[in-house]
Write a protein that binds this ligand. Structure first.
Ligand code: BES
Ligand code: ZN
Ligand code: ZN
Length: 511
């Protein structure tokens, strides 16, 4: 979908539809919506006063044919919800809902007002960014494997937004002096959303295509970053016994991918991002059930989020922070070579781990990547994203990811970034009591503690054993929201791309 801005009168647009907006409960539209209503001879206000269909609730849409009163065939009124609730979520969702309405009308072009500009303190550039984010997120469909041979190669990392049927969305603005800022906002939103959509596609795509080698290739294709990849031999040589143990059961070679972005001037800060890249989690010999395995291609959602966030940074360029992205990636498979419950390994930091459950594999690859990331880059802050525990879904459902870590200040900033990004993060504790869950009779640590007791915190606690003293670290357990089972206008069923926006909002300090 092409997003553009043009100066003029929206009612005179040549597009197939015009998109206007309304706060909940308003029956007398003003501003741009009022002007379109007037041009339509009161068609909208008549429906609002006499009809029962539309209340202006957030994301609600009303489609009215214009019967030739203005050039566009349809007017789409989108609800912004209550004026006092106005937040970034509202603007993103309204844009997504209006684009979905265009898609169900099967139209090719639409002209839209810039929702929320000047309301709730939103600057036009931010409003444009949110509209563009919402429109492109809303247009996403996973169509890559429809009507194609499953084995067809993917080629270069395309920033496609699925097969959006709406080809052009034009923001129509009255005053010429706002056009440049709107354009800048649209570009930001486009880079953010296209990368979220790319992560969605990787997570939605089949695990026979999205292998560790696929992720490595995609990382290497990114322009503007340096990329170093460690292979199995190097992983072994570095003493990453825990990573090796998970990887050894699969026919697919594992990798530790390291992407780096360096700003032009002296960096103001250094940040390391780590993403869990299990491209398929069968559970290993501690085999999952058939139902439990069905969606386990999504176990690389953390990796996808980190790689595409790095890709977005490279595209946006103007970040003055040095950012490193680390992705340990392999499959977790049962085989004659795979790890057995009871195996003991030594991690790169010298700690020994008893693996009593081969399905708690995420922490085994992440702990090594966390050690490596800190050793290689000595970052001011480390964030990891992982679909780590089913327990996190039990605790928080699909609504939020769990967040835990070592620095309240960091956790606070990441949570605020998540909120602005439309991604909820809820704090879970790392109490010392949970250390009990890490106790092994035969090694320094055990990889899976008592079942049914604070599983997400136990996972976090395990990772904390690999975090240097005084290091600011945040662990995001994205097991729930990484994979959705119901739709919202901006997040379809399946892969959500969760985490990409939180990372970008956090790095760029976006509101
Ligand atoms: N990848 C899973 C966690 C998961 C489960 C993510 C469901 C998304 C949906 C992880 O590797 C796992 O299997 N964790 C175990 C840990 C347990 C053995 C300590 C779990 O959650 O059961
Ligand atoms: Zn597992
Ligand atoms: Zn897993």
């Amino acid at each position: 979908m092409q997003l553009q801005v043009s100066q003029g009168d929206i009612a005179q647009s040549k597009a197939d539809a015009v998109i206007v907006n309304l706060f909940e409960g308003v029956t007398d539209p003003a501003g741009g919506t009022g002007a379109v209503d007037k041009a339509l001879g009161g068609l909208i206000s008549d429906e609002l006063k006499n009809g029962k269909r539309f209340k202006g609730k957030l994301g609600e849409t009303l489609v009215l044919p214009t019967y030739g009163k203005i050039p566009p065939r349809y007017v789409i009124v989108v609800g912004l919800g209550k004026a006092e609730d106005m937040k970034s979520l509202q603007l993103r969702r309204a844009a997504a809902a209006s684009v979905r309405a265009c898609m169900s009308l099967k139209i090719k072009s639409a002209a839209s007002l810039l929702h929320g500009a000047g309301i709730g303190g939103y600057h036009v550039k931010d409003a444009a960014r949110l509209l563009s984010e919402g429109a492109l997120l809303g247009a996403y469909q996973f169509t890559l494997r429809k009507g194609k041979k499953a084995e067809e190669e993917n080629g270069e990392a395309g920033a496609d937004s699925g097969k959006a049927e709406l080809e052009t969305l034009t923001i129509v603005e009255h005053s010429a002096d706002k056009v440049a800022e709107i354009e800048a906002g649209l570009r930001w939103g486009r880079v953010i959303a296209e990368n979220v959509n790319l992560a969605r596609t990787w997570v939605n795509d089949s695990p026979n295509n999205v292998t560790p080698t696929f992720l490595k290739k995609q990382a290497e294709l990114i322009q503007g970053l340096s990329c170093k990849v460690l292979d199995f031999e190097q992983i072994r040589k570095l003493g990453m016994g825990a990573f090796e143990l998970v990887a050894q059961g699969s026919e697919q070679p594992p990798f530790l991918i390291h992407l780096a972005y360096k700003p032009k001037g002296t960096p103001t800060k250094k940040i390391a991002l780590v993403g869990k890249g299990i491209t398929f989690d069968s559970g290993g010999l501690s085999l999952k059930t058939a139902a439990g395995m069905e969606t386990m291609k999504m176990d690389m959602a953390g990796a996808a989020a980190v790689i595409v966030a790095m890709r977005a940074i490279a595209e946006l360029k103007d970040l003055d922070i040095e950012v490193h992205g680390f992705v340990p990636t392999c499959e977790n498979m049962p085989s004659g070579r795979s790890s057995k419950p009871g195996d003991i390994v030594t991690a790169m930091n010298g700690k020994t781990i008893e693996v009593n459950n081969t399905d708690a594999e995420g922490r085994l690859i992440l702990c090594e990547a966390l050690t490596y990331a800190q050793k290689e880059t000595n970052p001011d802050e480390v964030l990891d994203l992982a679909t780590l525990t089913g327990a996190c879904i039990v605790a928080l459902g699909k609504a939020a990811a769990g967040i835990m870590g070592t620095s309240d200040d960091l956790l606070d900033r990441v949570r605020k970034s998540g909120e602005a990004a439309g991604e909820k993060l809820w704090p879970l504790p790392l109490y010392d009591e949970y250390k009990q869950a890490l106790k092994s009779d035969v090694a320094d640590l055990i990889n899976s503690g008592a079942k049914g007791e604070a599983g997400s915190s136990a996972g976090g606690m395990f990772l904390k054993e690999f975090i240097d003293k005084d290091r600011a670290w945040a662990h995001l357990d994205i097991a729930g929201p990484a994979w959705m089972t119901s739709d919202t206008p901006e997040v379809p069923k399946g892969a959500s791309g969760f985490g990409v926006r939180t990372l970008l909002y956090y790095l760029y300090n976006l509101g």
